[in-house]
Every structure is written in structure tokens, then in C-alpha cells.
Write a protein that binds this ligand. Structure first.
Ligand code: HXC
Length: 514
């Protein structure tokens, strides 16, 4: 008996070393943590239960039958994050470069199935040279099996991917199907084809970092939702993201205790909107004054910055926030902003996370670049996402809500539950200047003093339309509120909406304009 216990302990010790100490040191020398160190950092202390530690590959070709490393390049199991169960895999670059063999894939599929059956989120820590070249099509099949399960799990359980090294070729499509991608600056990269292939095909010279580094994907392509400077910061923010999420589509996010004596009337909100309508201001100031403890986890912080998305808490309740940013492109909706916000709205709706929408939008961005690239198709995604969402949806119009963008930004007409406006709101088909020049064109042309005529008409238009009162008369706005009271209004609205039930018609699935 004692011998058998000793043997087990020895085998486990060997398995825990993965590719061996030398390779772990190589990993450290590159500024990277080992697969096990990453797990320890991201999960609650002492909660990780490993499975399939002794699994090994079944390949024979190219001498692989002589190299057997238990675990086969990926550590899998279950654990807790913030006290709630998750399943995870962590690819081990010290074993065959973390490459994906048939059995490596089977291990990932096993935990994905556990996650689906039990309604538990999945965390994937990726650090892999891609398909295990020696296994050929078996490895490709393994990837496809993972893609299928990622797709079937989409909308059932949250799936979070963290890229902590290479992620190339078709391998990128598993993270791409999941809900959120984290990357680390200067040590992770994702691309369909690497710099060498790019050079051959397009004759471009590009570095790994420029082609597919964290900064590129966070700011240019929008593939990465989060980018941080090092692995520790990245993994701590993964924990933070999980704190806002429920375990599955039937679950709700956990409310955390909220001190009801906290100040909820904040007069600083009364002075944020500038007196001049075209002067920008920072919508993040408003968000930070509304969320508990100014704790706002921004998603896609450096991509399409004209719209802000992220998670926060209102009186302890997790909410997804979508807000126009007047400080960037005047908060206009363009292709990237529409797609960015649409996917976020759909994530929140899939996982019962209520939506708070803050509106200051002058409309959709005009121009050939936008039209030719399909602003109609892409803008429709955001409209579609808000229309389809059945979670509690509360809107606050802080300033402009013009044209189609008024409708899109969770208006009452598309099932906004409570739609509030600040007294500074301007709800109209378009801004005063453009409107006056169109509808009073003839009067202005005929006038002896066109400038004075424009001023008179502008005043008339502003009085009539650049305010929230007409919309409120029609009930399109439920109340015009003092900015300082916004948080208390939101608390009451989201409390009431906790029992909201709304449904979409029975169908196989909708056909969002992709
Ligand atoms: C088998 C691999 C491997 C792979 C790396 N290794 N990638 N083994 N299959 N795909 C092994 C190496 O042989 C080496 O083994 C060890 O991992 C570490 O690799 P190094 O090259 O020494 O490390 P480094 O210099 O850091 O370079 C990392 C790398 C490079 C950039 C990832 O290894 C690389 O280019 N690998 C190939 C990447 C690739 O083209 N993959 C296929 C992509 S296509 P030893 O024993 O020497 O330590 C794909 C299709 C998916 O994945 C399709 C899905 C549908």
C-alpha cells in the first residue's frame, strides 16, 4: 500500500513538472508564468481540482512514441473564482510548445462538456504553438471539435479566453468564438498567418507585435477586449470580470452587499454638461459617479472609443453599461462603435445582466468610407441587439439624441423599460443648425439679412425641439430628472425590474444582420 501511494505521489510530481524545470525556466526568462502558476493566480486559493493529469498522446510518427509527457501539454480541471465554480484549461508551453494533439483536444472537450452539463463558466488560458504538426489531421479534427463545443456553449455559459503566448492559424478561432479575449502586451499574439507568410504573400514587413500583439488587437482590430501590461494584472482582471457574471443563462449575477447610507444624490452630476451644446465632456465622469465605488470595468477601452461599454454595479447589482462618448468623434455611431456595442448588448442579454444606456449621440457618421463599408448593415446590428434584448433596460439621455441614433440607443419604442432624460436633453430629428438650413431654406434665401434670419429660426427650433419636453409629453420619456438624482432613480428602476419577464416570439433563431 505504502509503495503504491509513493508511486502515485511520484507520478504526480513528474506530471506537475510538465516539460521539465529547464523549460519552465525558459518560460520565466521570456517574462511568462508557467501554466500551473497561472492557475494558482487566477483561481481562489486551494480550490483547483485537476483532472486528466495522466492523459498522454497516442501518436507514433516522427518519434513521438518515444516522448511521453503526462498531461500532454494542457492542464484541465475545475476550481472557484470569487467563490463560484468554473472549469478551466491552461496550455503548457513547456510540453511540445503547448501544441494541440488529439488527446490535448479531448481534455479540453471533456471540461467543456462538464461546464455545459453543470452550467459553469469556462476559462481558457492559451499558450500554444497551434496544431501539433506531427499529428496532422487528427489535430485539426481536435480543433474543430473544440470550435463546435465553443459554439454550442455560446449563450449557455460565459466563456473567457486569455492569450498568454502564441495563438496562430485556425487556433485563433476558439478564442474568437468565446465571449471575451484578454491579451498581455509584448508576450501574446494572435494571427491567422504569421509575419513570414505575410511577407511572402503581400510583401509587407511586419513584426509579431504589430501584426497580432495585444495593442493591435485591443485598439485596431477589436479582437481583444482587454490588454494589460503583464500576466498578473491580466489574471487579476479576469477575476474582476467574473465577479460581474452569472454562471449560466438561467442564473443571475450575484448582488453584492450595498451600504444604503452611501450618498446617492451627487450634485457633481449637475455641472458636467457644458452650457455650449457642441462642447465635449467626458461621459466616463458620469459613469464613475453612477457606479458603486467608481468601480467600472471597461471593455474594449481603446477600440471605437466613441462608444463606451463595460460592467459596473448600481447598489450592488451588476449592470452592463453602454454609453456614447461625446469626447471622441462627438459620440457619433460608426461601424466599429455599432459592432462593439451590439456584441456587448447581446452578451448582457444572454446572461441576464441588466443594461444601463447613457445617451449623447449626434447620429450616425456620414461619408463614403462608412457607407461603402456598410454602416447600414453594421448599424443595424446595434439596433437589432437592443430590439431583441429582454433584460431590464434603462436609458438616460444626458444631451443629444438625434435622428435614427435616438431610436437605436434603447429608446422607449424598442422596449426601453425606463427612459429618463436630463433637462439638458435635446431629442430631435437632427441638430438645430442642419435642421434650420433645410426646413427654412427658402425663408433664409429670401431674407435681406440671412444671418439674422438663421438666428431667429434657430431660436425657434431650439425652443421647440432641443429639449426633452415634447418626448416627455408623448410618454417616450418617462421622466425628466435632475442629474444629481440619477443614481437613486436607477436603483429604484433596476430594483423594480428584478421581476421583469419579457419574451421574443418562438423561432429557431433570429437572423441578425451580420
Ligand atoms: C509540435 C511544436 C509546435 C507545433 C512548437 N512546437 N510548435 N511541436 N507542433 N505546432 C515545439 C517545438 O518543436 C519545440 O520543441 C517547442 O515546441 C518550443 O518551440 P520553439 O520553436 O523552440 O519556441 P519559440 O522559439 O518560442 O517559438 C514558438 C513558436 C514556434 C513561434 C510557436 O514554435 C512556431 O512557429 N511553431 C509552429 C507554429 C505553427 O505554425 N503552428 C501551426 C499553426 S496552424 P522542443 O522539443 O524543441 O522543445 C494551426 C492550424 C490550426 O495551428 C487549424 C485549426 C483548424
Amino acid at each position: 500500500m505504502k509503495d503504491k501511494i509513493q508511486e502515485l505521489l511520484k507520478r504526480k510530481e513528474i506530471a506537475k513538472l510538465g516539460g521539465g524545470e529547464e523549460k519552465i525556466n525558459d518560460q520565466h526568462n521570456k517574462g511568462k508564468l508557467s501554466a500551473r502558476e497561472r492557475i494558482e493566480l487566477v483561481v481562489d486559493e486551494g480550490t483547483f481540482e485537476e483532472i486528466d493529469m495522466f492523459v498522454n498522446h497516442r501518436a507514433h510518427d516522427f518519434g513521438l512514441d518515444k516522448i511521453k509527457l503526462p498531461g500532454d501539454g494542457v492542464i484541465t480541471g475545475f476550481a472557484k473564482i470569487n467563490g463560484k465554480p468554473i472549469v478551466l484549461y491552461s496550455q503548457d508551453f513547456t510540453v511540445f510548445g503547448g501544441s494541440l494533439s488529439e488527446t490535448h483536444a479531448e481534455k479540453i472537450i471533456k471540461i467543456l462538456n462538464i461546464a455545459m452539463k453543470n452550467g459553469i463558466p469556462v476559462l481558457g488560458l492559451n499558450d500554444s504553438g497551434g496544431a501539433r504538426i506531427q499529428e496532422g489531421v487528427n489535430s485539426l479534427g481536435g480543433y474543430a471539435d473544440i470550435f463546435l463545443l465553443n459554439t454550442l456553449a455560446s449563450g449557455v455559459i460565459p466563456q473567457i479566453s486569455v492569450i498568454l503566448g502564441p495563438c496562430a492559424g485556425g487556433a485563433v478561432y476558439s478564442p474568437a468564438i468565446t465571449d471575451f479575449i484578454f491579451m498581455v502586451r509584448k508576450s501574446s499574439y494572435m494571427f491567422v498567418t504569421g509575419p513570414n507568410v505575410v511577407k511572402t504573400v503581400t510583401h509587407e514587413d511586419v513584426s509579431f507585435e504589430d501584426l497580432g500583439g495585444a495593442e493591435t488587437h485591443a485598439a485596431k482590430s477589436g479582437v481583444a477586449h482587454f490588454a494589460f501590461d503583464n500576466e498578473i494584472e491580466t489574471l487579476l482582471n479576469v477575476r474582476r470580470l467574473f465577479s460581474f457574471l452569472p454562471s449560466n443563462f438561467m442564473d443571475r449575477p450575484v448582488d453584492i452587499p450595498y451600504n444604503s447610507e452611501d450618498i446617492i444624490s451627487d450634485e457633481r452630476l449637475d455641472i458636467i454638461i457644458p452650457d455650449t451644446p457642441n462642447k465635449p465632456y467626458d461621459m466616463k465622469e458620469i459613469i464613475n459617479l453612477l457606479v458603486d465605488k467608481q468601480d467600472f470595468l471597461e471593455v474594449h477601452a481603446t477600440y471605437a472609443e466613441n462608444i463606451i461599454i463595460g460592467f459596473g454595479r448600481i447598489a450592488g447589482m451588476s449592470v452592463g453599461i453602454v454609453a456614447n462618448q461625446p469626447q471622441v468623434l462627438a459620440g457619433v455611431l460608426d461601424i466599429n462603435a455599432s459592432v462593439k456595442a451590439a456584441r456587448f448588448v447581446r452578451f448582457c442579454d444572454a446572461f441576464n445582466i441588466p443594461l444601463l444606456v447613457l445617451v449623447d449621440v449626434p447620429g450616425f457618421l456620414p461619408g463614403t468610407e462608412q457607407e461603402w463599408n456598410g454602416i447600414i448593415r453594421h448599424g443595424a446590428k446595434l439596433l437589432f441587439a437592443f430590439c431583441e434584448a429582454t433584460v431590464p433596460k434603462v436609458t438616460v439621455i444626458t444631451r443629444k439624441a438625434y435622428g435614427g441614433a435616438y431610436d437605436v440607443m434603447n429608446s422607449k419604442h424598442i422596449r426601453g423599460d425606463f427612459n429618463y432624460a436630463w433637462p439638458t436633453a435635446e431629442i430631435a430629428v437632427m441638430g438645430p443648425k442642419g435642421a434650420v438650413e433645410i426646413i427654412f431654406k427658402k425663408e433664409i434665401e429670401r431674407s435681406e439679412n440671412p444671418e439674422a434670419e438663421i438666428e431667429i429660426k434657430l431660436e425657434e427650433y431650439i425652443k421647440k425641439f432641443s429639449n426633452p419636453y415634447i418626448a416627455a409629453e408623448r410618454g417616450f420619456i418617462d421622466d425628466i430628472i435632475l442629474p444629481r438624482d440619477t443614481k437613486s432613480k436607477l436603483i429604484n428602476a433596476f430594483h423594480l425590474l428584478k421581476t421583469k419577464v419579457d419574451k421574443n416570439p418562438l423561432k429557431k433563431h433570429s437572423n441578425i444582420p451580420l
